[in-house]
Ligand binder design. Structure first.
Ligand code: ADP
Ligand code: MG
Length: 728
């Protein structure tokens, strides 16, 4: 093994930056490989174009005749770009993307062949669903699933394949992917928000949910990564002593991007341009070899697709630059982990961002309505929101003193806190003309200039308002954003429906004017949601105690957090909003619990293997060298040998104690794993993995990492942190 380590280091040192030339302007490349509006105008008949646009904008069904026209044009376009295959591209609940390529090529008898792509092939396929997670939905006798075209996310060409974004559902109709519930949630929030907008502007016909994700990741030399079985199999290091230099000097963040990494980024960004992924920002992150990439925000469904696609492409481009991308939330102990902030807002088809303060008192009242309803939605559903970002890998981050804690809270900044305080004092029922004027001029009317100096950003908050959007910061870097975005949009949809009901009631039953009714309902919301607002340090122990007093949940581990997904309340919510049936909610819960168990199980096996089969033999080898040395000293020094070999003898003993520590703990862990595996109940099993198996990882690691400091570097088999983290 140690030979592999040194071989990898040698190879990695020989890796030079791979030059990337950018000859064309990015704006010229943008969307070149996308069957977007522009391309459709060129390739589609007017009927077909209108049909697709109606589907995109208003969710209208595309009839068969139009689908035939679209598929035929898509094929022509793709063939003109050298494409040979097509695939339905979808996001099953495995966390990666799935594709199965079929050639356009078809034989027509008489030894002849043509390129063919019909409407039916565009609209629907029936892949075997039996190897994708279904959480018990799929019957053994009905393994088929459907993928169905999602016209709201345009087809694109990757390599020589035409990729058609699709949903993936079971034969019986239940969703088996991230996209299906997301589309339903986006539809729910569109309807609910459009209804509320009508209080303020009758012209609004559609509200779109936007997402701008910020993808953090590590770039590790490919050879070095391959030399570590833990990185290869689990995406993170399960052991390894911290490097003498880590991120203490803060010299990586926003520093000049190392050349090899920069070339990787340029090629990646160029590919993104072709695919219409509007990437814009790149920079070094806090930890060594950690970086961030962010696009310009887009409609949420498209943004989710683009993030999944990007993660796939990043791996491929990285490989060409001799890198491995690590998306794991905590690939290295002792330095920062990675997240994926989800910047979220709602905007109207009239061009108004509903989460940005406006220019008039009326538009500000609209802003406040959406702002406060979002806070209320988070307050009412904080546990479900926490569940939406739960995973074995994100557990390392949440509450680990660097990322947002596992307690959900909302940060809004001092100025908006003041605005809410003033609104809280609004009179119950009808307002006097003076009060109305005062409110409009001095409270609601003052918001825009107030917000300009709202620059204090609290980095410890999991859900923060940042001027014109909310930023959900607890999302993990490895996550599919579809999950948190489904939950966020669903809870806001539900809240907006409740809000509308209450306002209407005050108008109809109490005879209040529209704005009076809105003020009245918002006042009550402000009073009832105070517990979720928090401006202080989210990492402190004080907040944990305070949050407990406030009745907020603090579900630190995935098995505990996921339970919220199948509470009566959550199941009813998803059913009412037509986002997921009870069966779908339960299936997802099971799939995610299973995934949790599998991840810990795999990590346990890998760690046991490395500790016993790599670390212990190395320690013994070094111990033998010491023993030989002591024997030699005894020969030479005879009587006084004890003094001269004291240190060596000491070391021999210490090594023995660590070997013992490793062996007993690996045995304990294996026993606990066996025990856990016999548990039938999935919740109990996951909890056993969480609280009986996983804690032993730390004990095993402690002994291994100590040995790393003692054993001769020449024979240490695992590539060390300093080697992994400081490649240039
Ligand atoms: P940060 O300081 O947190 O890095 P940025 O201003 O760089 O924040 O924005 C981060 C992300 O937020 C980007 O993807 C950006 O496009 C997105 N974003 C900006 N405005 C909005 C909005 N109104 N809705 C959704 N996302 C937005
Ligand atoms: Mg941000």
């Amino acid at each position: 093994m140690s030979t592999l380590r040194f071989h990898a280091i040698k190879e990695s040192l020989a890796n030079k930056p791979i030059l990337v030339e950018e000859k064309e302007r990015r704006s010229d490349l943008f969307g070149k490989n996308v069957f977007n509006e522009n391309t459709m105008r060129q390739y589609l008949t007017k009927d077909a174009f209108v049909g697709v646009m109606n589907a995109v904008q208003f969710g209208k069904k595309i009839d068969r005749n139009i689908a035939d026209q679209v598929s035929s044009s898509m094929k022509d376009w793709a063939l003109s770009k050298g494409v040979t295959h097509y695939t339905h591209w979808f996001q099953p609940l495995t966390g990666t993307t799935a594709e199965k390529h079929d050639a356009f090529f078809e034989t027509i008898g008489n030894g002849m062949a043509i390129e063919k792509f019909g409407g039916s092939q565009l609209v629907q396929q029936e892949p075997d669903a039996s190897s994708f997670p279904s959480g018990g939905i799929r019957n053994t006798f009905e393994a088929r699933g459907y993928t169905a075209w999602d016209p709201t996310s345009p087809a694109f060409i990757y390599g020589t394949t035409l990729c058609i974004p699709t949903i993936f559902v079971a034969y019986t109709g239940e969703a088996l992917d991230y996209k299906t519930p997301l589309l339903r949630a986006l539809n729910a929030v569109d309807n609910a928000a459009t209804d509320v907008c009508k209080y303020f502007d009758k012209n609004v016909k559609k509200v779109t949910s936007s997402l701008g994700w910020e993808q953090e990741y590590f770039l590790i030399d490919k050879m070095l990564a391959a030399s570590r079985p833990d990185i290869t199999l689990t995406g993170r290091t399960l052991l390894g002593h911290s490097s003498a230099k880590g991120q203490q000097l803060d010299d990586h963040y926003f520093g000049s991007i190392p050349n090899r990494a920069l070339n990787f980024m340029r090629e990646l960004e160029t590919e993104c341009m072709f695919l219409g992924i509007p990437v814009k920002t790149r920079h070094n992150e806090v930890a060594p070899n950690q970086f961030e990439l962010a696009p310009i925000f887009e409609e949420a469904n498209l943004a989710v697709d683009h993030n999944s696609l990007l993660m796939d492409i990043m791996g491929r481009v990285a490989s060409r630059h001799n890198f491995k991308v690590l998306f794991h939330e905590k690939p290295f102990a002792g330095i920062n982990g990675s997240g994926k902030h989800n910047n979220w807002s709602l905007s109207t088809d009239t061009g108004v961002n509903l989460l940005a303060p406006g220019k008039t008192p009326m538009s500000n009242l609209q802003f406040l309505a959406f702002f406060i309803n979002t806070i209320k939605a988070v307050h009412e559903n904080e546990e479900l929101l926490r569940a939406s970002i739960a995973s074995a890998s994100n557990d390392h981050r949440l509450g680990a003193n660097e990322a947002p804690p596992a307690i959900m809270s909302v940060f809004i900044g001092q100025q908006l806190t003041k605005v809410l305080e003033e609104l809280e004092g609004v009179t119950k029922g009808k307002l006097s003309p003076e009060e109305k004027t005062e409110l409009k001029l001095n409270v609601v009317g003052k918001i825009p200039d107030v917000l300009l100096d709202n620059t204090d950003r609290n980095r410890t908050s999991p859900f923060a308002f940042t001027g014109n959007k909310f930023e959900f910061r607890a999302v993990g870097s490895l996550a599919n954003c579809g999950n948190p975005m489904t939950v966020l949009n669903t809870i806001v949809a539900k809240q907006l429906i409740e809000f509308k009901k209450e306002v209407d009631l005050l108008i109809e039953k109490k005879g209040l004017k529209k704005d009076e009714a809105v003020f009245n309902v918002l006042r009550e919301y402000i009073k009832s949601t105070k517990a979720i607002l928090f401006e202080g340090n989210g990492y402190g122990k004080e907040w944990e105690d305070e949050a407990k007093k406030r009745g907020l949940s603090n579900n630190k581990s995935t098995p505990e957090a996921l339970k919220a997904k199948i509470s009566k309340k959550s199941i009813a919510l998803f059913e009412e909003m037509n986002v997921m049936t009870k069966i779908e909610s339960q299936a997802r819960y099971e799939i995610e619990m299973e995934a949790y168990i599998m991840h810990i199980q795999i990590e346990g096996r890998v760690l046991g293997d490395i500790a016993r089969n790599h670390i212990v033999p190395t320690a013994v080898k070094y111990q033998n060298i010491l023993i030989e040395n002591v024997k030699g000293l005894k020969e030479i020094f005879e009587d006084s040998f004890k003094t001269v070999s004291q240190e060596q003898i000491n070391l021999i003993k210490i090594i023995s104690s660590h070997i013992e520590g490793i062996n007993t703990n690996v045995t304990k862990m294996t026993d606990e794993r066996r025990k856990a595996n016999t548990i039938e109940n999935i919740e109990e099993k996951a909890l056993a993995y969480c609280y009986q198996v996983k804690p032993l990882f730390d004990d095993i690691r402690k002994h291994c990492d100590k040995l790393e400091l003692l054993v001769d570097d020449e024979i240490w088999p695992l590539t060390k942190y300093r080697e992994l983290l400081f490649t240039r």
